[in-house]
Write a protein that binds this ligand. Structure first.
Ligand code: TRP
Length: 347
């Protein structure tokens, strides 16, 4: 079986550290490891429209912003095919046939969709487009015979839905599609990075994000206003590390070299945590440490991004070439799909 990787993001805003640890890092690893037949990264603008249909311009503008983030972190257009979902119209056709294989009740049970519906204001009635986006996501995956889908854990219900549709399709029309497999981030703290406010999730709408494009001063200010342990008032007080955002971030971002470089009095994070728990370690010191680590991570990304942003025409050229290629593949697979279904009138 071919190894075809496919993933994507809804272009609704710049990417932040939650995206970085939750999905971009894994993509970089996969790119680095090589040994795949194809690697597609899709700008899911059509899917973004399912809850931004009144704001097409925002989605359009963010196609460029997200592409800049992708390239700035190191995704390489020579190794990855980038494409725009709405420019591959075959995907809509796949979606239409798959809709026959899914019930309304099944869509309403999708936990991620349910969660999103709680946060959105659709004035009590759900647009069909939004409810059926998991079906269109199945189209995104299967139109390219993708086998490996690197995503955050919130996307597991989408992959499960895709697998069900694949099975139904194959049962009904003969073996045509392959069941995709999700690949999650390696570390559970990365599944859903908490926000700088300690909230459950780093999310644009909650305003608790550190962006990959943030200036040094913004990062510093966000780190220094992070939520720690509200009962750790004096330096000598014993502190809690569980639920302490600074330590959660250190769990995710600190490496042994960072201790050598910035806190040589401690061998590793366990020692730092032990000191904090005992008392005698101030919040200032741990925040300074985290700030240094995040500055080191983000500075090169931000600078590369600024360079890339000077020539947006180059970015659109990459997208154009990638989209043409994606469209060819999706078209060929659509013909196969329709042929297996028996919808072929003229040959
Ligand atoms: N649902 C994904 C998100 O919200 C984006 C997406 C659309 C996607 N189609 C996909 C991810 C196919 C993986 C595979 O970020």
């Amino acid at each position: 079986m071919q190894k075809i990787i496919l993933t994507g993001d809804r272009p609704t805003g710049r990417l932040h550290l939650g995206h970085y640890v939750g999905s971009l890092k894994r993509r970089l690893q996969l790119q680095q490891a090589g040994g795949y037949d194809e690697f597609y990264v899709m700008l899911a603008d059509s899917q973004a429209l399912t809850d931004n249909f009144g704001n097409v311009q925002k989605v359009k503008d963010n196609v460029l912003e997200v592409m800049l983030d992708y390239l700035a972190v190191g995704l390489d257009p020579n190794k990855v095919t980038f494409f725009i979902q709405s420019e591959v119209s075959e995907l809509t056709e796949f979606t239409f046939y798959y809709m026959n294989l899914v019930t309304l009740a099944r869509l309403e049970r999708n936990p991620t969709v349910k969660e999103e519906l709680k946060q959105k204001d659709f004035s009590g009635t759900i647009p069909m487009g939004f409810l059926t986006y998991p079906v269109s996501q199945t189209a995104d995956i299967t139109a390219f015979n993708a086998t490996i889908i690197p995503v955050g854990d919130d996307q597991l219900p989408m992959i499960e839905q895709a697998r069900e549709i694949v099975r139904s399709f194959n049962n009904l029309y003969g073996k045509t599609l392959v069941e995709p497999q999700a690949v999650l981030p390696e570390n559970e703290n990365c599944y859903r990075l908490v926000g700088t406010d300690g909230g459950a999730k780093m999310s644009k709408s909650l305003g608790n994000c550190i962006y990959l494009s943030d200036e040094a001063e913004d990062i510093k200010q966000k780190v220094f206003s992070m939520y720690t342990d509200p009962n750790h008032i004096h330096v000598e007080d014993p502190g809690k590390v569980e639920g302490n955002t600074v330590f959660t971030y250190l769990d995710v971002f600190s490496k042994p070299e960072d201790f050598e470089k910035y806190l040589p009095d401690y061998k590793n994070l366990d020692e730092l945590k032990a000191h904090y728990k005992r008392g005698g370690l101030g919040d200032m010191k741990i925040k300074k440490f985290l700030n240094s680590i995040l500055q080191d991570l983000i500075a090169p990304i931000r600078e590369r991004r600024k360079e890339l942003a000077k020539q947006p025409e180059n970015i659109f050229e990459i997208l154009k070439v990638g989209t043409q290629k994606a469209r060819k593949v999706a078209y060929a697979n659509l013909i196969k799909l329709k042929t297996n279904m028996g919808i072929n009138y003229f040959n």
